[in-house]
Ligand binder design. Structure first.
Ligand SMILES: [Mg+2]
Length: 443
């Protein structure tokens, strides 16, 4: 691993909406603006706040504060019943506003997302400017109550941590050259991946604050975390972004010369989908995201068809298959080829995902070590948008690994054991339309 020599090289922008549910309520009802409000799952004093406005936070009310206690702390508190469907709708509007400025690499939750910065925007000035643009876009397109904290850093972990440094309405860049300076004022529990259990474990090892966490050697970090997760955590904390493997791997691709019975364009498309699904599974296994998908086909008469699709950094099978279908329609079907002899599918512009909390802490990556408190939360919590689909893709990988190839899939061509191939849609077993609706989200 290596880091860049440029102390200002910022690769990630992370965005965290401030007091999200409460802000949405204040956006929708102007009479709530500037006032202490708490959002509660049910209208009962025995329940806990699931969000508090900044005005309520000033009274010491936060997520998890029992409503009876919140009312004691602030007699003027307004309690509002939660409306998750509306928060999800606002979520989509916010993601759309951000996408108008910069590609969203991964949606982390209903109020958090991470964006890999384009190479031209990685200096401090350019990154801060993008951060301001993103904030403005949300305020203008969604509403003036929707403030957010934006963090910029060499990796996504630190960018997320940087959003903790200034709230509300923060915009903080943490360059490699400044580390660990700005982090030292945080508590261990402020770091993603350090929950109550992990904190206790660290305390037992004599690590009680950020400075001593920073001073740990990678090997000691590994010991404390009980596995390779500690290594990953150490590297993320210290601002490393690229594993050595990135320089080695730039593409993942598959191609196939078609058997005569698969040469009609429609059947060839199913083969291409099968190849794309394989490539996507490989991408996830290697922990990369792909920026582009290229598809090429050659007809029996030697005619070539080629198309390239900008994916915007994904490892999600469904997104890749959608891209494939649109390329296929535009670059192959549109030319009405008679019979195709060969198809190829290549994922390129690959970026490793080591610098993501999801990958480090999700069970998929690292089933052996004892789970961290945070892990269970991350895995158990329903996820949204791209992230949820990626988790579904990962789940399919796990099922196929356990029960054999093509146990489940996205409506692709299956390779029958014994060599004979049959066209068959397997998608009905796990259909996208059957993913629980976003409104089922609970914080
Ligand atoms: Mg938030």
């Amino acid at each position: 691993m290596r880091t860049s020599d440029d102390p200002d090289l910022l690769r990630w922008l992370f965005l965290d909406l401030n007091s999200y549910f409460a802000s949405v309520e204040q956006q929708l009802d102007p009479s709530l603006r500037g006032r202490p409000i708490a959002v509660a799952p049910v209208m009962s004093d025995s329940t806990c706040a699931i969000a508090a406005s900044y005005e309520a936070k000033a009274f010491g009310i936060k997520t998890g504060t029992p409503i009876w206690e919140a009312k004691e702390k602030c007699p003027d508190l307004i309690v509002v019943p939660a409306r998750h469907d509306i928060y999800v709708r606002f979520h989509h509007r916010i993601v759309a506003a951000v996408k108008g400025v910069i590609g969203v690499t991964r949606v982390e939750s209903v109020d958090e997302m991470g964006c890999l910065l384009p190479e031209s925007k990685r200096t401090r000035a350019a990154a801060l400017d993008l951060g301001r643009q993103v904030k403005r876009a949300i305020l203008e397109a969604v509403g003036p109550c929707l403030r957010c904290s934006v963090g910029l850093a060499p990796n996504r972990f630190l960018a997320k941590v940087a959003t903790e440094l200034e709230k509300p309405d923060g915009l903080v860049a943490v360059g490699l050259g400044e580390l660990p300076g700005p982090l030292l004022k945080l508590k261990l529990r402020d770091l993603p991946g350090i929950g109550a259990n992990m904190e206790r474990r660290l305390l037992r090892a004599g690590v009680g604050d950020m400075q001593s966490l920073w001073n740990l050697a990678p090997r000691a970090a590994r010991r404390n975390w009980g596995g390779v997760t500690g290594d990953g955590f150490w590297y993320m904390l210290h601002g490393f972004d690229l594993p050595a493997k990135e320089t080695q791997r730039r593409t993942i691709g598959h191609s196939r010369v078609l058997e005569p019975d698969l040469r009609l364009a429609d059947k060839a498309r199913l083969v291409a989908r099968r190849l794309a699904t394989k490539a996507a599974a490989r991408l996830r296994r290697l922990d990369y995201v792909a920026g582009h998908l290229a598809v090429s086909a050659r007809s029996e008469s030697g005619q070539r068809y080629f198309g390239d699709f900008r994916l915007g950094a994904t490892q999600d099978s469904a997104a890749i298959l959608e891209a494939l279908d649109s390329l296929w329609a535009r670059h192959v079907t549109a030319w009405s080829p008679r019979r195709l002899k060969k198809v190829s599918v290549v994922l390129h512009d690959l970026t490793p995902l080591v610098d993501t909390t999801l990958d480090l802490f999700a069970v998929r990556r690292d089933p052996a070590p004892a789970p961290l408190g945070k892990v269970v939360q991350l895995v158990a919590a329903p996820r949204l948008g791209d992230t949820r689909r990626t988790l579904l893709s990962a789940k399919l990988d796990a099922l196929n690994k356990r029960y054999g190839r093509d146990t489940v899939g996205f409506g692709v061509l299956s390779d029958k054991p014994g060599g004979g191939r049959e066209l068959e849609y397997l998608g009905a077993k796990v259909a996208f339309t059957r993913i629980p609706d976003l409104a089922e989200f609970v914080e």
